[in-house]
Design a binder for this molecule. Structure first.
Ligand SMILES: C[S@@+](CC[C@H](N)C(=O)[O-])C[C@H]1O[C@@H](n2cnc3c(N)ncnc32)[C@H](O)[C@@H]1O
Length: 248
């Protein structure tokens, strides 16, 4: 079981697989006022940076699940490196339908809401693992500026303008799903650069090491086109944030 290989090629050197920086995760951890020993569940945990740093900085315990064996291996090594492996469990698997055996204080899906068919399904899924009064974290894109045309939305790698909402509408939509928005931390363009531009050096080095690979042509084309596409579209139009929700 694995995610499409193109992601593990382009993001093999990432610790964080979204436009958040280590500073943004630190701000979010502090904003949530995490108690030592609090249990955190992270569906689509990637390389585990959120759980590992919160275990180190706030003493949380937790479980992360991800479909990528590469990312889960990186998460386990990061937990060892930070001396928090005894506080955390990383599982390689499909997070669709995953419900924790013991209820958690924080149930998160930070940038992988397709796991349960979108934001609404993901909130429902996470709620099944949550203590009464616990916090749900949803990491999700929104339109920083509304694209003027469908072509611009496609340039941002969306299927259509209707894929995402403007921030006020996204916040209002959480209310319509029965949640209070109790905190949020938003990514900025520097964070987008760390996420997107970091892929370019990774791709360049991968191409040098794997010139005969079956994906070499695709990676070559991506490396040639991505800087301009990203600067024209994603960097100008797409926002991203983590939203902390409590069920009403
Ligand atoms: C945008 S990344 C976010 C990763 C992580 N939350 C972070 O902040 O670094 C999405 C993650 O979802 C994982 N993923 C995709 N589909 C999945 C599934 N069905 N079950 C578990 N993980 C999945 C990918 O491997 C990837 O690590």
């Amino acid at each position: 079981m694995d995610i499409p290989r193109i992601f593990t090629i382009t993001e093999s050197a990432h610790r964080i697989h979204n436009p958040f920086t280590p500073e943004k995760f630190a701000v979010l951890g502090a904003a949530l006022r995490l108690a030592s020993g609090a249990r955190v569940l992270d569906l689509g945990c990637g390389s585990g940076e959120m759980l590992c740093t919160w275990a180190r900085d706030h003493g949380v315990t937790g479980t992360g699940i991800d479909m990528s064996p590469l990312f889960i291996g990186q998460a386990k090594r990061r937990a060892e490196e930070l001396g928090v492996a005894h506080q955390l469990k990383f599982i390689h698997g499909d997070a669709a339908g995953y419900v924790a055996e013991e209820k958690v204080s924080v149930a998160a899906c930070v940038g992988a809401t397709w796991i349960a068919g979108g934001v609404s399904g993901t909130i429902e899924l996470l709620a099944r693992s949550l203590h009464a009064g616990g916090i749900i974290l949803i990491g999700e894109p929104y339109w920083w500026q509304l694209p003027p045309t469908e072509d611009v939305a496609k340039g941002c790698l969306a299927h259509a303008i209707s894929d995402f909402l403007l921030l006020p509408e996204l916040l209002a939509s959480f209310g319509q799903l029965g949640c209070d928005v109790v905190e949020m931390v938003l990514a900025d363009q520097d964070g987008w650069d760390r996420y997107e531009a970091a892929k370019w050096l990774t791709m360049r080095r991968w191409l040098e090491a794997n010139p005969a690979d079956e994906l070499a042509k695709e990676v070559r084309a991506k490396l040639s086109s991505e800087p301009r596409r990203y600067a024209t579209y994603t960097r100008e139009y797409l926002g991203w944030g983590v939203f902390a929700l409590m069920l009403r």
